[in-house]
Ligand binder design. Structure first.
Ligand code: SER
Length: 316
C-alpha cells in the first residue's frame, strides 16, 4: 500500500495539514514525522507518528521505505526570523532537507512531493504591489535564499528526472491550533493570543506594515488542491504565487478591536521590520487561479471573527 509522509508534522502548517490528510486519505495512511517537539495528543493518537530529521539522508530514506511512502509533504523548515539568528541551521534544514527529499524521491520513484516556498523568495528589488508570478527573486534573508534555490532545485528535478514536485509561495499564515515558530509574519498570530489573554499587544513591526496573509483553512485547501491538480494543466510547478488577504498591522488591530473594544496595541519594531520591509505587500496569483483553480474563502473580517471564537474557547 502507498502512503503519505508529512515531514515537519508538529509545526504550524504540518499539524493541521496532517489532520486534514488523515480525514481525506485515512488515518493509517498518513505518517506524521517530527524532529524533536512533542506532538499533540490529537496528532499522536490519530495515526502513525515517527521521529526523524530531514537532514539525515539515511534516516529519512529508511522511514520512507519502511512506511511504504509514495507522497511527501516537506513542511520542515527554519523560517525567516530564526533563520537570521541561525543562518547555518536554516541552510542545513532548508537546503539539505530538500536535497535529501528530492534525491529519495528520484531513487525510490515517489509519486509526488510538496515543497512549499514563500513570499520570502522576493526581496527589496521585487515590485511590492501586485507582485507578478515572473519577477526579480533577490531575497536578503537566508530563509529567502533557500526558498529561491529550493524552487530552482525542485523545478530542476522535475525537468531532469521527472520527479513530480509542486510548490507554493505561501504568504504569512494565521492559525489557531499550533503557534508559528520563528517567522516575521508571526505577529499576525500572536496579536490574537495577546488580545484575548491580556487585551494588549506590543507589535514588532510598524503600524503601516502591509504583508500578504492567509487563514489556515485556505492554506490547507491550496496545498492539497495543488497536489491533486492534473499535471497536464500545470505549466508552473514549484513556484506558484499564492494570495488571499493583504492588510497592515494597524488594520488587523482595528478589526480585532471591533470584537474586543478594550484591546490596545503599541508598536516597537525590531530586526524583523527590515525583513517585512523587503517583502511585497500584495501578490498577483492569477497564474495559480488559471492553472489549478485556486480561490480563497476567508476575508479579514470572517477570519478575525473565527480566530477570536476559536481562541476564546481554547484559552478559556
Ligand atoms: N511566515 C514566513 C515567515 O515569516 C514567511 O513565509 O518567515
Amino acid at each position: 500500500m502507498k502512503r503519505i509522509l508529512v515531514a515537519g508534522a508538529v509545526g504550524q502548517i504540518g499539524s493541521e495539514l496532517t489532520m486534514e490528510l488523515r480525514k481525506q486519505y485515512g488515518n493509517e495512511n498518513v505518517v506524521a514525522m517530527g524532529r524533536k517537539t512533542k506532538p499533540s495528543d490529537e496528532l499522536l493518537n490519530s495515526g502513525p507518528f515517527v521521529y526523524g530529521n530531514v537532514t539525515n539522508y539515511d534516516e529519512l530514506n529508511q522511514i520512507i521505505k519502511d512506511n511504504e511512502i509514495d507522497t511527501v509533504y516537506l513542511m520542515a523548515a527554519i523560517l525567516s526570523a530564526v533563520g537570521e539568528k541561525y543562518p547555518q541551521l536554516a541552510y542545513d534544514v532548508n537546503m539539505n532537507g530538500l536535497y535529501n527529499t528530492l534525491e529519495i524521491a528520484r531513487e525510490q520513484k515517489l509519486t509526488r512531493v510538496m515543497v512549499p516556498s514563500s513570499i520570502a523568495a522576493f526581496g527589496p528589488s521585487t515590485p511590492r504591489e501586485n507582485t507578478p508570478q515572473e519577477t526579480i527573486l533577490k531575497p536578503t534573508t537566508m530563509y529567502g535564499v533557500t526558498k529561491v534555490a529550493g524552487e530552482l532545485l525542485s523545478d530542476y528535478y522535475f525537468q531532469r528526472f521527472g520527479v513530480d514536485v509542486r510548490g507554493l509561495r505561501y504568504p504569512g499564515i494565521i492559525s489557531s491550533e499550533t503557534l508559528p515558530g520563528g517567522g516575521t509574519t508571526d505577529y499576525a498570530v500572536e496579536i490574537f493570543y495577546e488580545a484575548i489573554k491580556n487585551k494588549k499587544y506590543t507589535c514588532f513591526v510598524r503600524e503601516d506594515t502591509k504583508l500578504p496573509m492567509m487563514y489556515m483553512p485556505d492554506c490547507i485547501n491550496a496545498t492539497i488542491q495543488l497536489m491533486k491538480a492534473d499535471i497536464n494543466k500545470l505549466i508552473h510547478h514549484s513556484d506558484f504565487n499564492l494570495a488571499a488577504l493583504s492588510f497592515t498591522a494597524g488594520e488587523l488591530a482595528a478589526e480585532i478591536k471591533k470584537h474586543i473594544p478594550e484591546f490596545e496595541i503599541t508598536y516597537e519594531p525590531d530586526f524583523r521590520q527590515a525583513i517585512a520591509d523587503s517583502w511585497p505587500s500584495t501578490i498577483d496569483d492569477s497564474v495559480a487561479r488559471e492553472e489549478w483553480g485556486w480561490k480563497e474563502e476567508y476575508t479579514l473580517e470572517v477570519m478575525t471573527k473565527d480566530m477570536i471564537e476559536k481562541l476564546s474557547k481554547q484559552l478559556g
